[in-house]
Design a protein around this ligand. Structure first.
Ligand code: MTE
Ligand code: MO
Length: 177
């Protein structure tokens, strides 16, 4: 789904924070408040929901800290007051309702890696050429095309290959999935 986010480049916050040269990754920890988020009462995931990016991914001008959508402030369910949007990755990299951002030396564990390391890796490079262990990733159904709109071929890096592909040059994307 193509979404008109409102926000600031994550890179501008990183520059403002002036992390030291030891910072190799950024970890995002999200709110864990059962009184407003009943879903966290479910043991399906290990809360709080946590995500991470490599430093160059965080500095890429496409990475957004979103505070709004469609010209309005973010609704709670979409991650108010601030959420991560990484357009070349897919939904599950977009931690919502972020409460803590940490610069770290070691690759952080994301919630999905904890939940199913063999299915969800750190990079979340949904790769049309590399099937998920339980399904193909070669096609997708765009949301907004209407109920009967067909599937399209999944694009490498969600269509942003020319903007971000260079960051992964030389990496085996079958291993770094
Ligand atoms: N705080 C928080 N953020 C989260 C999640 C979550 O459980 N908690 N789920 C993730 C997953 S798996 C998806 S698919 C997206 C869904 O929300 P969106 O449609 O607004 O991107 O949120 C992501 N961010
Ligand atoms: Mo998801």
């Amino acid at each position: 789904m193509v979404i008109p986010w409102v926000g600031l480049p994550l890179a501008s916050l990183v520059k403002w924070a002036e992390p030291t040269g030891n910072a190799k990754y950024v970890e995002f920890v999200t709110a864990n408040d059962p009184s407003t988020m009943p879903g966290v009462n479910s043991p399906i995931l290990d809360w709080p929901y946590t995500e991470g990016l490599r430093m160059d991914e965080a500095m890429n001008p496409l990475s957004i800290l979103a505070v709004g959508v469609f010209g309005e402030l973010l609704p709670n369910q979409n991650g108010a007051p601030v959420r991560l949007v990484v357009p070349w990755k897919y939904g599950f990299k977009g931690g919502k309702s972020i409460v803590k951002i940490r610069f770290v030396e070691k690759m952080p564990q994301s919630t999905w890696m904890q939940a199913a390391a063999s299915e969800y890796g750190f990079y979340a490079n949904v790769n049309p050429k590399v099937p998920h262990p339980r399904w193909s990733q070669s096609s997708e159904r765009p949301i907004g095309g209407g109920l009967f709109a067909g599937r399209i071929k999944t694009k490498m890096f969600n269509g942003y290959e020319s903007e971000v592909g260079q960051m992964y040059a030389g990496m085996d994307l079958r291993k770094n999935f």
